[in-house]
Design a protein around this ligand. Structure first.
Ligand code: GLC
Length: 400
């Protein structure tokens, strides 16, 4: 028996595609969010970034607009990363936060959550559990855990509805008792509809964690189909992925993925019902890197022309060949056909044990010839009209 998802989990799955944002003091160095660790930068030196942090160009409304145009339904922003600096007003728990940064003096999480609410995007918050700034992390772990819980409580109680919390860092002390139940109890108390995620990291993708967790994570991988048979509750899946090779801004990382690769990745996630959480790393002043914005624009164009079905349509019994696959939403099935050229336009899908009324390309409205025999549907997809080309073409199939 596959358990029925709770409402918050079902809603999370239906959002399908979200934006991940890594932004912090490290963004000013432009060498990724782990630079303090990799370069062994002493606190005294690193804290100079606190003095210069302005976030002058951090424009939450613009970010929300970019996410919406990309077809994203939620945004997960780093409220605090491993460096220990908070983008929010910690209400006296620490001075190492954006409202205390002399050139900033703003609560960026407030701006972010307000802009999301206004724009109809679900705000989610990444929060580190590992902390390089707070001494107690290594000297008095129970005191540190209380600080972490109190920090999360501040986020739960001061910004209105938060769609979810995305924790990251428990993998840094695998032997420790993180008292996860106490942390999650804070969320369940103040934000009962929030999704709880705790990244299992690169070495343990898709691993189930504490029973309160609502979704497994696949950091930079390819999600595997989940076997939910017999689970005590339905757990969603989300893969986080970044546009180049870093999460935080890295000026010298030009190893960007192509729009085709990103769109195929989004499709590969939806193929098994997982969400894609796609990361961008704004620059030190908070502005969005132009190429990152352009990549998101391409994905948004693909979704609006071809892939509007990715939110509601779910994995089904219809199977494609190679990377091709199908999703289903009631009486409609959607065929995802990769890399179409006039030479390889004939595509076959099996498991179609229904009468097919009509097949229609979602981008052009053309109705290709098709044949449906013994459960195999063969579609002769037309070439793209001159002036258009999409890495994945979607055909909507009306089933009887
Ligand atoms: C890793 C890294 C971290 C990044 C995260 C995103 O756990 O430690 O820097 O935020 O992955 O998935």
């Amino acid at each position: 028996m596959i358990p029925v998802p709770e409402k918050r989990v079902a809603e999370f799955e239906n959002m399908g595609f979200g934006m991940f944002i890594h932004f912090g003091l490290y963004s000013q160095m432009g060498q990724g969010e782990w630079i303090k660790h990799f370069k062994n930068i002493e606190d005294e030196e690193y804290n100079k970034l606190f003095e210069t942090f302005s976030a002058d160009k951090f424009d939450a409304e613009e970010i929300v607009d970019i996410a919406k145009a990309a077809g994203m339904k939620y945004i997960t922003l780093t409220s605090r990363h491993h460096e220990g600096f908070s983008l929010y007003d910690t209400k006296g728990l620490s001075d190492f936060d954006a409202p205390h940064a002399p050139c900033c003096r703003r609560d960026l999480i407030k701006e972010f959550v307000d802009a999301c609410h206004k724009g109809g995007i679900v705000p989610m918050l990444y929060h580190t559990t590992l902390d390089w700034h707070v001494k107690e992390f290594n000297t008095d772990f129970p005191a540190y855990l209380k600080y972490l819980r109190d920090s999360v409580e501040v986020l739960c109680r001061n910004y209105g509805r938060i769609g979810g919390f995305w924790f990251d860092g428990n993998w840094s002390k695998p032997g420790e008792d993180w008292r996860e139940d106490e942390l999650y109890a804070v969320i369940r108390k103040y934000q009962p509809d929030a999704i709880i995620v705790n990244n299992t990291g690169l070495e343990a993708r898709g691993k189930l964690g504490d029973p309160e967790i609502d979704s497994v994570t696949y950091e930079q991988g390819r999600p595997e189909p989940m076997n939910r048979d017999g689970m005590s509750k339905y757990i969603a899946a989300e893969m986080c992925y970044t546009v180049n090779d870093h999460w935080g801004y890295a000026a010298d990382d030009i190893n960007y993925k192509s729009p085709a690769e990103l769109i195929e990745t989004l499709c590969a996630c939806r193929k098994i019902g997982a969400n894609l959480l796609l990361n961008i790393g704004p620059m030190g002043d908070g502005s969005i890197v132009p190429i990152q914005k352009d990549l998101l624009h391409c994905i948004g164009k693909w979704i609006s022309r071809c892939g509007e079905c990715i939110y509601e349509a779910k994995p089904c019994d219809i199977k494609g060949e190679g990377k091709d696959f199908a999703l289903r939403d009631g009486k409609k099935a959607y065929l995802f056909m990769h890399g179409l050229t006039p030479q390889n336009a004939g595509r076959r899908f099996t498991g179609v044990s229904y009468k097919v009324k009509r097949v229609r390309c979602t981008d052009s409205g053309e109705e290709p010839d098709f044949k449906n025999e013994n459960g195999t549907l063969t579609v002769a997809a037309p070439p793209f009209p001159y002036g258009a080309s999409y890495p994945v073409r979607v055909a909507e199939v009306e089933l009887e």
